[in-house]
Design a protein around this ligand. Structure first.
Ligand code: PMP
Length: 397
Protein backbone atom coordinates (compact mmCIF):
# COMPACT_ATOMS: atom_id res chain seq x y z
CA UNK A 1 0.00 0.00 0.00
CA UNK A 2 1.41 3.39 -0.93
CA UNK A 3 1.33 5.82 1.93
CA UNK A 4 2.73 9.26 2.33
CA UNK A 5 4.49 10.76 5.29
CA UNK A 6 1.96 13.30 6.46
CA UNK A 7 4.41 15.02 8.79
CA UNK A 8 6.81 15.58 5.94
CA UNK A 9 4.13 17.23 3.88
CA UNK A 10 2.90 19.39 6.72
CA UNK A 11 6.39 20.43 7.77
CA UNK A 12 7.11 21.53 4.26
CA UNK A 13 3.83 23.29 3.99
CA UNK A 14 4.28 25.26 7.16
CA UNK A 15 7.95 26.00 6.66
CA UNK A 16 7.24 27.22 3.16
CA UNK A 17 10.19 25.21 1.82
CA UNK A 18 10.16 24.20 -1.81
CA UNK A 19 10.86 20.55 -2.58
CA UNK A 20 14.58 19.87 -1.88
CA UNK A 21 14.68 16.72 -3.89
CA UNK A 22 17.18 16.76 -6.82
CA UNK A 23 14.32 16.46 -9.26
CA UNK A 24 13.10 19.80 -7.84
CA UNK A 25 9.58 18.61 -7.61
CA UNK A 26 9.32 17.74 -11.28
CA UNK A 27 8.79 14.12 -10.39
CA UNK A 28 5.95 15.36 -8.22
CA UNK A 29 6.68 12.69 -5.67
CA UNK A 30 4.96 12.87 -2.31
CA UNK A 31 7.10 10.06 -0.98
CA UNK A 32 10.47 11.57 -1.80
CA UNK A 33 9.79 15.22 -1.13
CA UNK A 34 12.46 16.78 1.01
CA UNK A 35 14.88 13.87 0.55
CA UNK A 36 18.39 14.08 -0.92
CA UNK A 37 20.20 11.84 -3.41
CA UNK A 38 19.48 10.53 -6.88
CA UNK A 39 15.86 10.70 -7.85
CA UNK A 40 14.35 7.41 -6.70
CA UNK A 41 11.20 7.93 -8.62
CA UNK A 42 12.47 8.10 -12.20
CA UNK A 43 10.66 4.99 -13.24
CA UNK A 44 7.57 5.77 -11.31
CA UNK A 45 4.34 7.38 -12.26
CA UNK A 46 3.83 11.11 -11.88
CA UNK A 47 1.96 12.27 -8.82
CA UNK A 48 1.19 15.56 -7.15
CA UNK A 49 4.17 17.37 -5.66
CA UNK A 50 3.83 18.07 -1.96
CA UNK A 51 6.17 21.02 -2.00
CA UNK A 52 4.86 24.22 -0.50
CA UNK A 53 3.78 25.63 -3.82
CA UNK A 54 2.07 22.48 -5.02
CA UNK A 55 0.19 21.99 -1.79
CA UNK A 56 -0.88 25.61 -1.91
CA UNK A 57 -2.08 25.16 -5.46
CA UNK A 58 -4.11 22.09 -4.47
CA UNK A 59 -6.08 24.19 -2.08
CA UNK A 60 -6.49 27.19 -4.34
CA UNK A 61 -7.63 24.91 -7.14
CA UNK A 62 -10.30 23.57 -4.85
CA UNK A 63 -11.53 27.06 -4.05
CA UNK A 64 -11.60 28.02 -7.72
CA UNK A 65 -13.61 24.96 -8.62
CA UNK A 66 -16.27 25.35 -5.98
CA UNK A 67 -19.49 25.43 -7.97
CA UNK A 68 -20.96 28.90 -7.90
CA UNK A 69 -24.65 29.49 -7.27
CA UNK A 70 -26.92 31.71 -9.21
CA UNK A 71 -27.06 35.01 -7.39
CA UNK A 72 -30.78 34.59 -7.14
CA UNK A 73 -30.40 31.21 -5.44
CA UNK A 74 -28.59 32.50 -2.44
CA UNK A 75 -31.57 33.44 -0.32
CA UNK A 76 -33.97 30.91 -1.75
CA UNK A 77 -36.29 29.50 0.89
CA UNK A 78 -37.67 26.67 -1.24
CA UNK A 79 -34.26 25.04 -1.33
CA UNK A 80 -33.66 25.12 2.41
CA UNK A 81 -33.22 22.16 4.71
CA UNK A 82 -36.42 20.50 5.91
CA UNK A 83 -38.51 22.22 8.62
CA UNK A 84 -37.57 19.27 10.86
CA UNK A 85 -33.91 20.22 10.49
CA UNK A 86 -34.64 23.85 11.22
CA UNK A 87 -36.58 22.81 14.35
CA UNK A 88 -33.69 20.58 15.48
CA UNK A 89 -31.28 23.51 15.08
CA UNK A 90 -33.56 25.86 17.04
CA UNK A 91 -34.02 23.35 19.84
CA UNK A 92 -30.38 22.29 20.08
CA UNK A 93 -29.02 22.84 23.58
CA UNK A 94 -25.65 24.58 23.14
CA UNK A 95 -24.71 23.29 26.60
CA UNK A 96 -24.19 19.88 24.94
CA UNK A 97 -21.10 21.28 23.27
CA UNK A 98 -19.12 20.73 26.44
CA UNK A 99 -19.20 17.02 25.59
CA UNK A 100 -17.42 15.32 22.70
CA UNK A 101 -19.71 13.93 20.00
CA UNK A 102 -20.40 10.22 19.66
CA UNK A 103 -17.25 9.04 17.80
CA UNK A 104 -19.23 6.37 15.97
CA UNK A 105 -22.22 8.58 15.08
CA UNK A 106 -24.45 5.69 16.14
CA UNK A 107 -27.81 7.49 16.20
CA UNK A 108 -27.03 9.08 12.85
CA UNK A 109 -25.92 5.82 11.25
CA UNK A 110 -29.10 4.16 12.55
CA UNK A 111 -31.17 6.96 11.05
CA UNK A 112 -29.35 6.78 7.70
CA UNK A 113 -29.75 2.98 7.56
CA UNK A 114 -33.44 3.36 8.44
CA UNK A 115 -33.91 5.96 5.69
CA UNK A 116 -32.14 3.82 3.08
CA UNK A 117 -34.47 0.93 3.79
CA UNK A 118 -34.36 -2.85 4.00
CA UNK A 119 -31.03 -4.54 3.51
CA UNK A 120 -29.02 -1.62 4.89
CA UNK A 121 -27.89 -1.97 8.50
CA UNK A 122 -26.05 0.65 10.60
CA UNK A 123 -22.83 -1.38 10.44
CA UNK A 124 -22.90 -0.80 6.67
CA UNK A 125 -22.76 2.98 7.13
CA UNK A 126 -19.74 5.23 7.67
CA UNK A 127 -20.46 8.92 8.35
CA UNK A 128 -18.06 11.80 7.86
CA UNK A 129 -17.69 15.55 7.69
CA UNK A 130 -19.01 15.88 4.15
CA UNK A 131 -18.56 13.23 1.47
CA UNK A 132 -15.23 14.85 0.63
CA UNK A 133 -13.94 13.60 3.97
CA UNK A 134 -15.56 10.21 3.43
CA UNK A 135 -13.89 9.99 0.00
CA UNK A 136 -10.61 10.94 1.56
CA UNK A 137 -10.84 7.98 3.95
CA UNK A 138 -11.82 5.72 1.07
CA UNK A 139 -8.79 6.76 -1.01
CA UNK A 140 -6.49 6.36 1.97
CA UNK A 141 -7.89 2.99 3.04
CA UNK A 142 -8.99 1.13 -0.08
CA UNK A 143 -6.79 2.16 -2.99
CA UNK A 144 -3.14 1.22 -3.28
CA UNK A 145 -0.21 1.55 -5.65
CA UNK A 146 -0.17 -1.98 -7.07
CA UNK A 147 -1.95 -0.79 -10.22
CA UNK A 148 -3.53 2.51 -11.25
CA UNK A 149 -6.94 3.52 -10.02
CA UNK A 150 -9.23 4.02 -13.02
CA UNK A 151 -11.72 6.86 -13.28
CA UNK A 152 -13.31 8.76 -16.16
CA UNK A 153 -11.40 11.64 -17.71
CA UNK A 154 -14.25 13.96 -16.81
CA UNK A 155 -15.68 13.26 -13.40
CA UNK A 156 -15.44 14.80 -9.93
CA UNK A 157 -12.27 16.88 -10.11
CA UNK A 158 -11.20 15.99 -6.60
CA UNK A 159 -10.40 12.33 -7.37
CA UNK A 160 -6.96 13.05 -8.88
CA UNK A 161 -6.28 15.42 -6.00
CA UNK A 162 -6.80 12.62 -3.46
CA UNK A 163 -4.59 10.38 -5.59
CA UNK A 164 -1.82 12.94 -5.38
CA UNK A 165 -2.33 13.38 -1.70
CA UNK A 166 -2.17 9.67 -0.93
CA UNK A 167 0.35 8.74 -3.62
CA UNK A 168 -2.07 6.58 -5.57
CA UNK A 169 -1.35 6.06 -9.29
CA UNK A 170 -4.31 6.70 -11.56
CA UNK A 171 -5.43 6.53 -15.17
CA UNK A 172 -8.06 8.85 -16.60
CA UNK A 173 -10.29 6.92 -18.97
CA UNK A 174 -11.83 8.93 -21.84
CA UNK A 175 -15.62 9.17 -21.93
CA UNK A 176 -17.53 7.74 -24.90
CA UNK A 177 -18.27 10.17 -27.75
CA UNK A 178 -21.71 10.97 -26.26
CA UNK A 179 -20.00 11.81 -22.92
CA UNK A 180 -21.38 8.71 -21.20
CA UNK A 181 -19.07 6.43 -19.18
CA UNK A 182 -17.16 3.98 -21.35
CA UNK A 183 -17.40 0.86 -19.17
CA UNK A 184 -15.34 -1.27 -21.56
CA UNK A 185 -12.50 1.24 -21.42
CA UNK A 186 -12.73 1.53 -17.62
CA UNK A 187 -12.19 -2.22 -17.41
CA UNK A 188 -9.28 -2.33 -19.83
CA UNK A 189 -5.84 -3.03 -18.34
CA UNK A 190 -4.93 -3.76 -14.77
CA UNK A 191 -6.46 -1.45 -12.16
CA UNK A 192 -6.48 -1.47 -8.38
CA UNK A 193 -10.01 -0.05 -8.22
CA UNK A 194 -12.61 2.06 -10.00
CA UNK A 195 -14.31 5.26 -8.96
CA UNK A 196 -16.85 7.50 -10.71
CA UNK A 197 -19.77 9.71 -9.90
CA UNK A 198 -23.20 8.42 -10.93
CA UNK A 199 -24.83 10.60 -12.17
CA UNK A 200 -21.50 11.82 -13.39
CA UNK A 201 -20.30 15.36 -12.85
CA UNK A 202 -20.05 17.66 -14.70
CA UNK A 203 -21.98 15.88 -17.45
CA UNK A 204 -25.04 14.86 -15.38
CA UNK A 205 -25.23 11.62 -17.38
CA UNK A 206 -26.41 8.54 -15.49
CA UNK A 207 -25.08 5.01 -15.97
CA UNK A 208 -28.14 2.73 -15.81
CA UNK A 209 -28.06 0.01 -13.16
CA UNK A 210 -28.00 -2.98 -15.56
CA UNK A 211 -24.86 -1.49 -17.12
CA UNK A 212 -23.34 -0.91 -13.71
CA UNK A 213 -24.13 -4.49 -12.82
CA UNK A 214 -22.45 -5.74 -16.00
CA UNK A 215 -19.40 -3.67 -15.06
CA UNK A 216 -19.33 -5.18 -11.56
CA UNK A 217 -19.71 -8.68 -13.00
CA UNK A 218 -16.66 -8.17 -15.19
CA UNK A 219 -14.49 -6.58 -12.48
CA UNK A 220 -12.36 -8.57 -9.98
CA UNK A 221 -14.45 -9.02 -6.84
CA UNK A 222 -11.48 -8.33 -4.56
CA UNK A 223 -11.01 -4.75 -5.80
CA UNK A 224 -13.12 -1.79 -4.76
CA UNK A 225 -15.63 -0.14 -7.07
CA UNK A 226 -16.69 3.19 -5.61
CA UNK A 227 -19.84 4.83 -6.93
CA UNK A 228 -20.24 8.43 -5.84
CA UNK A 229 -23.98 9.09 -5.68
CA UNK A 230 -23.74 12.77 -4.73
CA UNK A 231 -26.52 13.61 -7.23
CA UNK A 232 -28.56 10.42 -7.09
CA UNK A 233 -31.75 12.00 -5.75
CA UNK A 234 -32.29 14.06 -8.89
CA UNK A 235 -33.61 11.24 -11.05
CA UNK A 236 -31.01 8.46 -10.90
CA UNK A 237 -31.56 4.98 -9.50
CA UNK A 238 -29.42 4.08 -6.54
CA UNK A 239 -27.03 1.12 -6.64
CA UNK A 240 -27.82 0.28 -2.99
CA UNK A 241 -29.67 -2.95 -3.93
CA UNK A 242 -26.47 -4.22 -5.59
CA UNK A 243 -24.57 -4.13 -2.28
CA UNK A 244 -25.92 -7.50 -1.27
CA UNK A 245 -24.37 -9.21 -4.29
CA UNK A 246 -21.21 -7.15 -4.76
CA UNK A 247 -19.16 -6.99 -1.57
CA UNK A 248 -16.55 -4.78 -3.28
CA UNK A 249 -19.09 -2.06 -4.07
CA UNK A 250 -18.88 1.16 -2.04
CA UNK A 251 -21.55 3.85 -2.40
CA UNK A 252 -20.82 7.40 -1.32
CA UNK A 253 -23.60 9.88 -0.58
CA UNK A 254 -23.82 13.46 0.63
CA UNK A 255 -26.32 15.63 2.47
CA UNK A 256 -24.96 18.68 0.63
CA UNK A 257 -27.07 18.50 -2.52
CA UNK A 258 -30.53 16.96 -2.25
CA UNK A 259 -30.69 17.54 1.53
CA UNK A 260 -29.65 21.19 1.22
CA UNK A 261 -27.10 21.36 3.98
CA UNK A 262 -23.70 21.75 2.41
CA UNK A 263 -22.91 24.21 5.18
CA UNK A 264 -23.21 21.57 7.90
CA UNK A 265 -20.79 19.07 6.22
CA UNK A 266 -22.29 15.62 6.28
CA UNK A 267 -21.67 12.68 3.99
CA UNK A 268 -21.58 8.91 4.27
CA UNK A 269 -20.48 5.68 2.64
CA UNK A 270 -22.52 2.49 2.45
CA UNK A 271 -20.75 -0.84 1.94
CA UNK A 272 -20.17 -4.29 3.34
CA UNK A 273 -19.52 -4.14 7.13
CA UNK A 274 -15.93 -5.36 6.55
CA UNK A 275 -15.18 -2.31 4.41
CA UNK A 276 -16.87 0.01 6.89
CA UNK A 277 -14.76 -1.44 9.71
CA UNK A 278 -11.62 -0.78 7.66
CA UNK A 279 -12.68 2.84 7.14
CA UNK A 280 -13.24 3.25 10.89
CA UNK A 281 -9.83 1.75 11.61
CA UNK A 282 -8.18 4.23 9.25
CA UNK A 283 -10.17 7.11 10.68
CA UNK A 284 -9.39 6.19 14.27
CA UNK A 285 -5.71 5.83 13.47
CA UNK A 286 -5.12 9.35 12.24
CA UNK A 287 -8.23 11.48 12.53
CA UNK A 288 -10.74 10.48 15.12
CA UNK A 289 -12.72 13.69 14.85
CA UNK A 290 -16.28 12.65 14.34
CA UNK A 291 -19.21 14.56 12.91
CA UNK A 292 -20.05 17.29 15.44
CA UNK A 293 -22.99 16.99 17.82
CA UNK A 294 -25.33 19.43 16.11
CA UNK A 295 -24.71 17.98 12.64
CA UNK A 296 -25.35 14.46 13.94
CA UNK A 297 -28.67 15.66 15.35
CA UNK A 298 -29.82 17.52 12.28
CA UNK A 299 -28.76 14.58 10.13
CA UNK A 300 -31.13 12.39 12.15
CA UNK A 301 -33.87 15.00 11.73
CA UNK A 302 -33.33 15.15 7.96
CA UNK A 303 -33.51 11.37 7.63
CA UNK A 304 -36.90 11.52 9.31
CA UNK A 305 -38.36 13.86 6.69
CA UNK A 306 -37.90 12.13 3.31
CA UNK A 307 -41.25 13.46 2.02
CA UNK A 308 -40.02 17.06 2.15
CA UNK A 309 -36.88 16.27 0.20
CA UNK A 310 -38.74 14.18 -2.35
CA UNK A 311 -40.98 17.18 -3.02
CA UNK A 312 -38.22 19.76 -3.53
CA UNK A 313 -36.09 17.39 -5.58
CA UNK A 314 -39.06 16.55 -7.82
CA UNK A 315 -39.47 20.29 -8.41
CA UNK A 316 -35.84 20.54 -9.45
CA UNK A 317 -36.25 17.61 -11.85
CA UNK A 318 -39.29 19.29 -13.43
CA UNK A 319 -37.56 22.66 -13.72
CA UNK A 320 -34.51 20.96 -15.23
CA UNK A 321 -36.74 19.38 -17.91
CA UNK A 322 -38.40 22.69 -18.82
CA UNK A 323 -35.12 24.62 -18.82
CA UNK A 324 -33.38 21.99 -20.95
CA UNK A 325 -36.22 21.97 -23.50
CA UNK A 326 -36.13 25.77 -23.82
CA UNK A 327 -32.37 25.79 -24.27
CA UNK A 328 -32.60 23.13 -26.97
CA UNK A 329 -35.15 25.28 -28.80
CA UNK A 330 -32.54 28.05 -28.75
CA UNK A 331 -30.07 25.71 -30.46
CA UNK A 332 -27.95 24.73 -27.46
CA UNK A 333 -26.70 21.18 -26.98
CA UNK A 334 -28.01 19.86 -23.65
CA UNK A 335 -26.64 16.59 -22.31
CA UNK A 336 -29.32 14.36 -20.71
CA UNK A 337 -28.95 15.23 -17.03
CA UNK A 338 -30.11 13.33 -13.97
CA UNK A 339 -28.42 15.79 -11.62
CA UNK A 340 -29.35 19.17 -10.18
CA UNK A 341 -27.43 20.86 -12.97
CA UNK A 342 -27.25 20.74 -16.74
CA UNK A 343 -24.18 20.61 -18.93
CA UNK A 344 -24.82 22.67 -22.03
CA UNK A 345 -23.03 23.95 -25.14
CA UNK A 346 -23.73 27.06 -27.17
CA UNK A 347 -23.71 26.51 -30.96
CA UNK A 348 -20.69 28.76 -31.47
CA UNK A 349 -19.36 30.34 -28.25
CA UNK A 350 -17.02 28.49 -25.93
CA UNK A 351 -17.78 27.92 -22.25
CA UNK A 352 -15.64 30.75 -21.02
CA UNK A 353 -17.32 33.27 -23.35
CA UNK A 354 -20.73 32.10 -22.16
CA UNK A 355 -19.63 32.33 -18.53
CA UNK A 356 -18.25 35.87 -19.00
CA UNK A 357 -21.43 37.11 -20.64
CA UNK A 358 -23.77 35.57 -18.07
CA UNK A 359 -21.60 36.77 -15.20
CA UNK A 360 -21.94 40.37 -16.41
CA UNK A 361 -25.69 39.95 -15.93
CA UNK A 362 -25.14 38.90 -12.29
CA UNK A 363 -25.45 35.11 -12.58
CA UNK A 364 -22.63 32.63 -12.14
CA UNK A 365 -22.32 29.44 -14.14
CA UNK A 366 -19.28 27.22 -14.40
CA UNK A 367 -16.95 26.71 -17.37
CA UNK A 368 -14.07 24.27 -17.85
CA UNK A 369 -10.64 24.84 -19.34
CA UNK A 370 -10.11 21.18 -20.32
CA UNK A 371 -10.05 20.90 -24.13
CA UNK A 372 -12.64 18.10 -24.39
CA UNK A 373 -15.33 20.06 -22.54
CA UNK A 374 -14.26 23.66 -23.11
CA UNK A 375 -17.41 24.28 -25.15
CA UNK A 376 -19.68 23.54 -22.19
CA UNK A 377 -20.95 25.33 -19.13
CA UNK A 378 -22.50 23.68 -16.10
CA UNK A 379 -25.61 25.40 -14.81
CA UNK A 380 -27.22 24.66 -11.43
CA UNK A 381 -30.98 24.28 -11.49
CA UNK A 382 -32.83 26.71 -9.23
CA UNK A 383 -36.46 27.70 -8.91
CA UNK A 384 -38.59 28.13 -12.04
CA UNK A 385 -38.21 31.90 -11.58
CA UNK A 386 -34.42 31.69 -11.40
CA UNK A 387 -34.33 29.65 -14.57
CA UNK A 388 -36.73 31.95 -16.44
CA UNK A 389 -34.49 34.90 -15.60
CA UNK A 390 -31.46 32.97 -16.74
CA UNK A 391 -33.14 31.95 -19.99
CA UNK A 392 -33.91 35.60 -20.73
CA UNK A 393 -30.20 36.33 -20.35
CA UNK A 394 -29.17 33.33 -22.44
CA UNK A 395 -31.55 34.23 -25.28
CA UNK A 396 -29.30 37.20 -26.04
CA UNK A 397 -26.24 35.09 -26.64
N1 PMP B 1 -18.84 14.05 -4.99
C1 PMP B 1 -19.22 14.83 -6.01
C2 PMP B 1 -19.47 14.18 -7.34
C3 PMP B 1 -19.37 16.20 -5.83
O1 PMP B 1 -19.73 16.98 -6.86
C4 PMP B 1 -19.11 16.75 -4.55
C5 PMP B 1 -19.25 18.23 -4.26
N2 PMP B 1 -19.04 19.10 -5.21
C6 PMP B 1 -18.73 15.92 -3.53
C7 PMP B 1 -18.60 14.56 -3.77
C8 PMP B 1 -18.40 16.45 -2.15
O2 PMP B 1 -19.56 16.86 -1.49
P1 PMP B 1 -19.58 17.20 0.07
O3 PMP B 1 -18.18 17.16 0.59
O4 PMP B 1 -20.20 18.54 0.16
O5 PMP B 1 -20.43 16.14 0.70
Amino acid sequence: MARQNGFLVLNQFFSGAACRHPCRGICNSVKYAGTQGPCPCLNRRPHVCPSFFSIASLYSRRAAERPPLHKTQRKRKSLSPSPEVQKAVREFDAGQYRLYPDPDSNALRNAIAGMLGPGITPDMVFAGNGSDEVLSFIFFTLFDSDAPLHFPEYTYSFYPVYCGYYDIPFRKIPLASDFSLDCGALLEGDSSGLIFANPNAPTGIFLELPELERLLDRYPSGRPVVVDEAYIDFGGETALPLLEKYKNLVIVRTFSKSFCFAGARLGYAVADPGIIRALFTAKDSFNHFPVDRLTQEIGVAACGDPGYYKKINTEIIQTRGLFSAELEKLGWTVLPSRANFVFVRHPSLNGREVYEYIKKQGVLVRYFDSPGIAGFVRISIGTPDDMRQLLDIMKNL
